[in-house]
Design a protein around this ligand. Structure first.
Ligand code: NAD
Ligand code: TYD
Length: 338
């Protein structure tokens, strides 16, 4: 199996690359990543000398870059590359449109041209929009109702990928996962921001009343689901992934405060996000039934483990938070392209 992973220098992509290299010893992995602010070579420093792994810097929205990454052929593509932060998409949405929509279309078009190449497109539960407190969780047939520019561009990408399956018979599988947490997550997202701020004794900014609900899954459980979707998913089908772990934001933050032993006074309610989705939750029944997949970690176990990882890996997150990781990766990249 020759696999192209896009966005493999980011949070979930890097965890997936590591999983595949460990669990599938005959597979080779090419990682196509633009190295935006969210792509950090330190995320895969431990595998960069592995002969079955190679890195190509490039943009999924640029057909020539995609062709370059596919030059030696490819059996499957797993597309993680995206702009991913809701707050950034509210600041400015243009790059979200380019990467998430044009980029995904460029990739599925390349797969169509290649023929016999499966695409697993990593979508999100945010395409379904928000649930009310008593609504049942989303299923794969729930209506799309994205609210943020991030979710709207992911919705468009998701539909385009499926349109290629229907129109051209391209072998596409779409996955929609709930909120991930775990090692190597960029500290702009709730869990790593709160853990690292709590360690630093900084304010913990909770948006609005903090009573919004997210459905949490450990990144490694998401990654085993993606591997199962790649190997066993039916072409043209969508699969929701989640771990049935709905939690109120404020409870997650308080639990992190407790695990770190920080002061509860650090918790500060700040202005709410515009159109902040009140609740997300997905039913993973179809993935469990058809892919033989199960999430393994409970939220309490996974969160405690994740807190320990950030406590033990300050060398990873301090340069990310102070911005110096960009100098590291500029040097890293120059050394490899000189
Ligand atoms: P991330 O922001 O940590 O990483 C994104 C990666 O994509 C980075 O390495 C970045 O350099 C790369 N990238 C960005 N634009 C690119 C481009 N034009 N060409 C090539 N590479 C580019 O993201 P993440 O949290 O790991 O999410 C990965 C995927 O999973 C995304 O598609 C996201 O929508 C989806 N997803 C994320 C979550 C979550 O909770 N994080 C949940 C469900 C789905
Ligand atoms: P986030 O990690 O940005 O993921 P998403 O918006 O894709 O669900 O945010 C998770 C939840 O935490 C969301 O309800 C917004 C909230 N949040 C805060 O309250 N404070 C913060 O500083 C951040 C980043 C998020």
């Amino acid at each position: 199996m020759r696999l192209l992973v896009t966005g493999g220098m980011g949070f979930i992509g890097s965890n997936f690359v590591r999983l595949v290299l460990r669990e599938r010893p005959s597979w080779t992995v090419i990682n196509l990543d633009l190295l935006t602010y969210a792509g950090n070579p330190a995320n895969l420093a431990d595998v960069e000398r592995e002969p079955r792994y190679s890195f190509v810097r490039g943009d999924i929205a640029n057909a020539a870059d995609v062709r370059r990454a596919l030059v030696a052929g490819c059996d499957a593509i797993v597309n993680f590359a995206a702009e991913t932060h809701v707050d950034r998409s509210i600041e400015s949405s243009e790059i979200f449109l380019r990467t998430n929509v044009v980029g995904t279309t460029t990739l599925v078009e390349a797969a169509r041209a290649l023929g016999r190449c499966r695409v697993v497109h990593v979508s999100t539960d945010e395409v379904y929009g928000a649930l009310g407190p008593d609504d049942p969780p989303f299923t794969e047939t729930s209506r799309f109702a994205p609210t943020s520019p991030y979710a709207a561009t992911k919705g468009a990408a998701d539909l385009l990928a499926l349109a290629y399956a229907r129109t051209f018979g391209t072998d596409v599988v779409v996955t929609r996962c709930s909120n991930n947490y775990g090692p190597y997550q960029f500290p702009e997202k709730l869990v790593p921001l709160m853990i690292t701020n709590a360690i630093e004794g900084k304010r913990l900014p909770v948006y609005g009343d903090g009573l919004q609900v997210r459905d949490w899954i450990h990144v490694e459980d998401h990654c085993t689901g993606l591997l199962a979707a790649l190997e066993h998913g039916r072409a043209g089908q969508e699969y929701n992934f989640g771990a049935r772990a709905e939690r109120i934001n404020l409870d997650v933050v308080r639990r992190i405060v407790g695990l770190i032993g920080a002061s509860p006074d650090l918790v500060a309610h700040v202005a709410d996000r515009p159109a902040h989705d009140r609740r997300y939750a997905v039913l993973p029944d179809k993935a469990e039934r058809e892919l033989g997949w199960r999430p393994r970690r409970s939220f309490d176990e996974g969160l405690a483990e994740t807190v320990r990882w950030y406590v033990g890996n300050e060398r990873w997150w301090r340069p990310v938070k102070d911005g110096s990781y960009r100098d590291f990766y500029r040097r890293w990249y120059e050394e490899r392209t000189a």
